[in-house]
Design a protein around this ligand. Structure first.
Ligand SMILES: Cc1cc2nc3c(=O)[nH]c(=O)nc-3n(C[C@H](O)[C@H](O)[C@H](O)COP(=O)(O)OP(=O)(O)OC[C@H]3O[C@@H](n4cnc5c(N)ncnc54)[C@H](O)[C@@H]3O)c2cc1C
Length: 572
């Protein structure tokens, strides 16, 4: 392998989602304000830091997927007057009506009042893909060097200190040999690295493990599957927000669904977002979020929103749901952790965009002070955690700090616990504050325990008629996912023998179910204990990270594939 080029930066941001872009934009804004003040007063020194942001997707926003109803609080803080900026922010619709539905198998009941966490008046329905593209343009206008198509593959470290990021190699074949177009990933050396990789970041995961940064509880995740539909006008008005609880999930599975009226898009299409989030701490080894979403769409209270329409896009992604007690230490020598990578997600409201923006801003304020002082040691970066603690973002997360754990005792207990917290302004909880939880995969039950003597049941056949419900491969096609086929598999199974032996017997190969993109398949193979072996269709991978999180033996390691590969979430 050839020598790696080294480029020097002051700050490298890993990940071009809301958190990373907010960090880069705010740092530039702080520098601009500082320099203007130095010039006006003639006192102090101007700063001219080199800031770069890397993103693994071919274009900013291509890997961005969310519900999404956005609380404008984050943008209000980052870009005051943002609604008037040119080009105009890509808002789909302002929320004008919202309600919550309790679904049973055949019926749905509207809650007489919308639970406060699900009230959305004053918020906006957005496509995160388009919002991120818009933020990216602002970042570039401010002179930030944005490099899409460049995954951060390895963190450069000197002991506890993060000193930079090594980019992924390009042009390596599936046996690990360089091809004609081989390019060794360069090294971006940095005084400070801002980790903004979103949920279950591959670099962040390693760093948190190596330096023992995890908080009181392990992070607990959910996975959301989402579709965007074009429907006849008037069927789901722009700005209508519907949240669902209950069916299709059983009472031991955390999660819920949504239908959001996105409004007419540029081509005059009436778009609807429909999706379902399932907590990745479920018991059923056959749980499949894609399948559950298809079942939800067949429900008589959901199907009418989509009737006569057509599926445009599909996608899936994990999200951190553990709350305040599952956050890692957010700083260290030469690094800061922001957004979903740091666990800034309010799972009670299913909202993280505003918190990601805010955490990025606070990290930037810290980065600015560090650069001014010429000190990026943990003693200085610790100011970020202190700022977070005094901020509204922390106050919001504090209110729901026991929310997710409450559901480990069942849905009813979880809802009562959440009601208590609401009633007493976050002070109330059914159990003691800071209830412990375990990593989500440990809650999955073995076949015998879950299904009793019945064994793994045959799954009920869904219509999958290609009008309202779809099989996984059709959905993957709608995600626009593409990878270079001739590259090393980026889903590294460290003990493949387990898959065709113990996992067949104990869990029935749950990877076939929990992957929302049909990446994992058990194919017949003579000579193995059960006549099957694992086949990995890595090119289908939508980068949701569910396998890395939910594999019961924790032998799947998601690493970054070659730059530019992955889903293409236009409009999601
Ligand atoms: C299904 C679903 C529905 C949701 N609904 C809502 C909602 O309605 N409202 C709301 O406010 N929030 C919602 N959220 C949460 C919200 O989307 C997230 O909290 C928010 O996007 C987090 O922003 P982020 O910048 O931290 O991470 P992300 O948005 O995930 O961005 C991270 C970026 O980093 C890139 N990246 C990752 N690793 C690397 C690497 N090693 N090198 C280079 N690039 C890398 C990724 O490609 C990605 O572009 C939802 C989330 C999901 C999954």
């Amino acid at each position: 392998m050839s020598e790696r080029d080294v480029m020097e930066f002051d700050v490298v941001v890993v990940g071009g989602g809301p958190a990373g872009l907010a960090a880069a934009i705010q740092l530039k804004q702080r520098v601009e304000r500082h320099n203007a003040e130095v010039e006006r007063s003639g006192r102090g020194q101007t700063l001219n830091p080199e800031i770069c942001l890397i993103e693994k997707a071919a274009e900013l926003g291509a890997h961005s997927i969310s519900g999404a109803v956005m609380d404008p609080k984050g943008l209000d803080a980052l870009l005051p007057g943002w609604r008037e900026l040119e080009p105009k922010p890509p808002l789909e619709a302002e929320v004008h009506e919202d309600y919550a539905l309790w679904l049973t198998e055949g019926r749905g009941f509207k809650f007489p009042i919308t639970p406060p966490p699900l009230r959305n008046h004053g918020n906006y329905v957005v496509s995160l893909n388009r919002l991120v593209q818009w933020l990216g343009r602002i970042a570039e206008q401010k002179g930030i060097q944005v490099f899409p198509g460049f995954p951060g593959a390895v963190l450069q470290r000197d002991g506890q200190r993060v000193t930079g990021v090594q980019l992924a190699d390009a042009g390596v074949d599936k046996h690990g040999q360089p091809k004609g177009n081989f390019q060794a990933g360069g090294i971006l050396a940095a005084k400070l690295v801002v980790l903004a990789e979103g949920s279950r970041g591959s670099l962040t995961k390693q760093l948190v493990a190596d330096l023992g940064l995890q908080g009181k509880n392990p992070q607990v995740y959910g996975v959301g599957a989402k579709e965007v539909w074009e429907v006849p006008a008037g069927q789901c008005p722009p700005g209508l927000v519907v949240h669902t609880m209950g069916y299709p999930l059983d009472s031991h599975t955390f999660g819920g669904g949504w239908v959001y009226g996105m409004g007419p898009s540029e081509g005059g299409k009436n778009l609807v977002s429909v999706g379902l989030v399932v907590g990745l701490d479920y018991r059923d080894p056959t749980m499949d979020v894609h399948r559950q979403l298809q079942r939800m769409k067949l429900h008589p209270r959901i199907a009418p929103f989509l009737r006569g329409g057509k599926l445009l896009r599909y996608g899936a992604k994990s999200l951190p749901e553990g709350g305040l007690y599952s956050m890692p230490r957010l700083y260290g020598d030469g690094f800061l952790i922001v957004g979903d990578s740091g666990g800034f997600m309010n799972s009670m409201r299913l909202k993280g965009i505003h918190l990601a923006l805010r955490s990025g801003m606070l990290a930037a304020d810290t980065a600015f002070d560090c650069l001014l002082a010429g000190d990026t040691s943990a003693a200085k970066t610790a100011a970020y955690a202190a700022m977070v603690e005094k901020d509204w973002a922390h106050e919001e997360l504090w209110q729901c700090r026991n929310f997710h754990q409450g559901f480990h005792k069942g849905r009813l207990a979880g809802l009562i616990n959440a009601g208590f917290a609401q009633l007493f302004g976050g002070k109330g909880t059914l159990w003691r504050d800071g209830l412990e939880s375990q990593a989500g995969h440990t809650y999955m039950q073995k076949l015998g325990a879950y299904f009793g003597g019945r064994g793994k049941p045959k799954l009920e056949k869904l219509p999958e008629d290609g009008t309202l419900t779809f099989d996984k491969l059709t959905s993957v096609y709608a995600s626009g996912t593409l990878h270079e086929e001739d590259q090393p598999c980026h889903l590294v199974v460290t003990q493949p023998d387990l898959c065709s032996t113990r996992c067949v017997e104990e869990f029935g190969n749950p990877c076939q179910h929990f992957c929302p993109a049909a990446v994992y398949e058990m194919e017949e193979q003579a000579g193995t204990k059960h006549g099957v072996a694992l086949k990995i269709n890595a090119s289908n991978c939508v980068h949701c990270k569910t396998c890395d999180i939910m594999d019961p033996y924790q032998v799947i390691n998601w690493v970054t594939p070659e730059g530019g590969g992955g889903p293409n979430y236009t409009g999601l």
